[in-house]
Design a protein around this ligand. Structure first.
Ligand code: PHE
Length: 410
């Protein structure tokens, strides 16, 4: 939301009565990938939570974690209370999914800031799925995940109990406000905390830089960029919470910082995941690669988090093309060993073979002979395979196998 273009348009008149949310997107609600044990987004979430939790001992702040707020929120929470101008382009139904005029799929986790502050929380992290209408490519998907962090600071007052908020001041521009001693202290803590968090998650030698930014709900505001593979990548937005929001939530005497970070971007960097759609796949070839990375027991919720070691976890791409399988059955002799068979299949059929599995093992009680059936899964990394092509390969395998291995085809 760093865009500053403000067309004068009443977006309300553009919202269709029954909203603009496609069914395919509604199906994403409730998947809660960020809460699914060993999902890469869950791993990233826990690494960030671990980082802020460990501040309890040295910094005396106890960050509360909120992970399961529903993504259907009011326009008031998502925009109004975050001081979005009425004509901010983020409100456009071209950018935002509306259920109706008053309710949206949250476009960011900031939608929960005001309510959580009103409930009296002074340091927290919110994780959730967020939704935006956007372009389609390897790094954009209409549903993604964010984590919001916020921390409130109190300063000893000199007896004068006036709220910092003054409607006559433009806090986006006012230099006196931006140079205020308290605001500067919060800014320094914010930058230090986020640099140490991102280095804790990605690596201690990471290069970081700060770029001035604009968000309606913070001032001053910044984006953090990190140097990755020779390119500066934007990873999060943040700033000092606008005094009007502090005032509206009963914290007019205090200051706070807030940040919002996209989890997919981080996970793609850390694990070499090439396509954002992979986060939604149910393919075990994806999920098996992250199994066991998180050693914690998912049933022991609320326990102190451990850091998760992800140093050597890199995603190995697999093919997007469909597979097809053929079975082969034979009687085996005493000399038969399955590894010999596997090697022979590799030799004979090459890399088109993705997987060979034993599907049946049967010993005839009378003859004491054993028969085995293997299923050979074929898949190309580059293209669709035709049935004729696979038949030919399988035929060739059958043709050669009896003379080479100690077995008799059935
Ligand atoms: N909500 C902002 C976004 O989605 C990020 C942000 C959060 C910026 C908190 C400042 C403070 O782009």
């Amino acid at each position: 939301y760093s865009s500053t273009t403000t067309p004068t348009i009443d977006y309300n008149t553009l919202i269709p009565e029954n909203g603009n949310i496609p069914k395919s997107l509604l199906d994403k609600i409730g998947k809660n990938l960020h809460s699914s044990h060993n999902h890469p987004l869950n791993i990233i979430k826990k690494k960030i939570q671990y980082h802020f939790q460990s501040k309890l001992s040295n910094d005396q702040v106890d960050f509360q974690f909120f992970d399961d707020f529903h993504p259907r929120v009011s326009v008031k929470s998502n925009f109004d209370e975050l001081l979005f101008p009425k004509d901010h382009v983020g409100r456009s139904p071209n950018d935002t999914y509306y259920f109706n005029k008053n309710q949206v799929l949250r476009t960011h986790t900031s939608a929960h800031q005001n309510d959580i502050l009103r409930d009296g929380n002074r340091a927290f992290l919110v994780t959730g799925d967020v939704y935006r209408r956007d372009e389609i490519d390897a790094v954009h998907y209409p549903a993604f995940h964010q984590m919001e962090g916020l921390r409130v600071f109190s300063f000893p007052s000199d007896g004068d109990k006036k709220s910092h908020f003054d409607p006559s001041i433009n806090f986006y521009e006012n230099q006196e406000y931006k140079n205020n001693k308290e605001v500067k202290i919060v800014e320094e803590d914010l930058k230090r905390s986020l640099e140490s968090m991102i280095r804790g998650v990605i690596g201690q030698d990471l290069q970081v830089r700060w770029v001035d930014a604009y968000f309606p709900f913070t001032s001053p505001s910044w984006e953090m960029e990190i140097l990755f593979n020779g390119k500066w990548l934007e990873v999060l937005g943040c700033g000092v919470v606008h005094p009007e929001i502090m005032h509206n939530t009963g914290l007019g005497h205090d200051r706070a910082w807030a940040f919002g970070i996209g989890l997919e971007r981080l996970a793609m960097i850390l694990f070499d995941i090439p396509d954002i759609r992979l986060f939604w796949t149910e393919d075990s070839r994806f999920h098996d690669q992250f199994k066991g990375v998180d050693k914690s027991n998912p049933s022991e919720k609320g326990k102190k988090l451990q850091d998760i070691d992800i140093k050597n976890i890199k995603f190995q791409p697999y093919s997007k093309y469909p597979s097809c399988f053929k079975d082969i059955s034979f009687w085996i002799g005493d000399d038969f060993h399955s590894n010999k068979f596997f090697e022979f299949v590799r030799e004979c059929c090459g890399d088109l073979v993705e997987n060979v599995e034993l599907v049946d093992n049967f010993t005839n009680p009378k003859t004491n002979k054993t028969s085995q059936c293997y299923r050979i899964h074929y898949r190309s990394m580059e293209r669709n395979l035709t049935n004729e092509e696979i038949d030919q390969i399988q035929f060739n395998l059958r043709d050669k196998i009896e003379s080479s291995l100690d077995l008799k085809l059935r």
